[in-house]
Ligand binder design. Structure first.
Ligand SMILES: [Ca+2]
Ligand SMILES: [Ca+2]
Ligand SMILES: [Ca+2]
Ligand SMILES: [Ca+2]
Length: 380
């Protein structure tokens, strides 16, 4: 049987002889390349983009140097993005929805990459495009049910969505991260992609399954090509799973954080919704350190059964956070929440290179081009 979730129904039919019923599920032998901790390994942006185009155009694989003036150069080089950028793939024309705690629409490193609903007139109180959302010019807030998907400063995880958005698509614009005396900037993996902010997590950082399902459907119906979901927990959600199926049917690829519970709960698999990677409904992403490629102590493992699981940088990386008006701000975070958007950014590069890729083709390329070499378990 192929990997997936199965349901068995047993009903009494006739007779009254007592008996015991046993059901046994034995995983088939893992493929040699698959590791139960880090799955297929570290995502390789250049190899993934090359596979997306079907051409060997990325042989000039020089890593970024200090001349690029990038603060997040370590993460970008770990992902091998330089050859993809050099070949002209920067996410242009690709829309990546960030289902999260909201995105700072005015951050100087993000504001020119925020998605704009072309069919909606702002502030006229009319749902011009008839999508049941009034004045949704930059996405939607499913927590407060309003047209402003900015973070709420009451939220305990107010930084989260803006950080995720920056990893995907902070602009290549020369904006200094520290002061006018310093020329280091941070750039997203897909620095010309558009970010569609969809707020699904509110006060306390919790995302509600019905908000998530509605957020997925909104993103799909309004032009997203990729959806990033950097959240999760222990409980399955049929609504989320149905929405993920809808995304796949409509050709939208979903990237999900594996979870940060390994050093607390010792899970054997990714959290939900990343667990649905088992059903080929997206990819689960664990976190490694930069530059050491150690699997972080918190990162949920891939599990013993081969599934769509890769790793990306998710340890003490810099990105954008909400600002005081007119002032760009950055901070450093760790988590599989940070690893997932690196992969979402790579998918944006792939889709610019080949917009016709289906979700199944993207899964195949990401897992086949990921590199297990040099990844080590963290010693905690
Ligand atoms: Ca509308
Ligand atoms: Ca309107
Ligand atoms: Ca709002
Ligand atoms: Ca920048």
């Amino acid at each position: 049987m192929s990997a997936g979730t199965y349901y068995l129904g047993v009903n009494s039919f006739a007779d009254d002889t007592p008996y015991n019923l046993s059901i046994l599920a034995t995983p088939t032998a893992p493929t040699e390349r698959f590791n139960s901790l880090f799955g297929y390994g570290l995502v390789d942006a250049a190899a993934a983009v090359a596979a997306a185009t079907g051409k060997q155009l990325l042989d000039a694989a020089d890593p970024l140097t200090s001349a690029a003036n990038l603060n997040n150069i370590g993460e970008l080089n770990l992902l091998n993005v330089a050859p993809a950028w050099k070949a002209g793939y920067t996410g242009k024309g690709v829309v990546v929805a960030v289902l999260d705690s909201g995105v700072d629409l005015g951050h100087p490193d993000l504001r020119n990459n925020i998605w704009r609903n072309p069919k909606e007139i702002p502030g006229d109180g009319i749902d011009n495009d008839g999508n049941q959302k009034t004045d949704d010019v930059n996405g939607w807030d499913f927590v407060d049910n309003d047209a402003n998907p900015s973070p709420n400063l009451r939220d305990s995880e107010q930084n989260h969505g803006t950080d995720v958005a920056g990893i995907i698509g902070a602009k290549r614009n020369g904006i200094d991260i520290n002061s006018p005396n310093n020329t280091l900037e941070m750039n997203g993996v897909a620095y010309d992609a558009q970010i569609m902010p969809v707020r699904v997590a509110g006060f306390g950082g919790r995302s509600q399954p019905d908000n998530v399902a509605a957020g997925i459907r909104y993103a799909v119906d309004n032009g997203a090509n990729v959806i990033n979901m950097s959240f999760g927990g222990q409980f399955a959600s049929p609504e989320e799973r149905e929405a993920l199926k809808y995304a796949k049917e409509k050709g939208v690829f979903v990237v999900m954080a594996a979870g940060n519970d390994r050093d607390k709960l010792n899970p054997s698999e990714p959290n939900f919704p990343a667990f649905y990677a088992f059903d080929n409904l997206g990819i689960a992403v664990g976190a490694v350190t930069t530059p050491g490629k150690q699997v972080t102590t918190f990162s949920n493992p891939a599990g013993p059964i081969p599934t769509n699981f890769v790793v990306a940088p998710g340890h003490e990386g810099i990105s954008t956070v909400p600002i005081k008006p007119g002032k760009g701000t950055y901070d450093i975070f760790s988590g599989t929440s940070m690893a997932a958007p690196y992969v979402a950014g790579v998918v944006a590069l792939m889709l610019q290179a080949n917009p016709k890729l289906t979700p199944d083709e993207i899964l195949k390329i990401l897992t086949e081009t990921a590199k297990p070499e040099g990844i080590t378990p963290a010693v905690s």
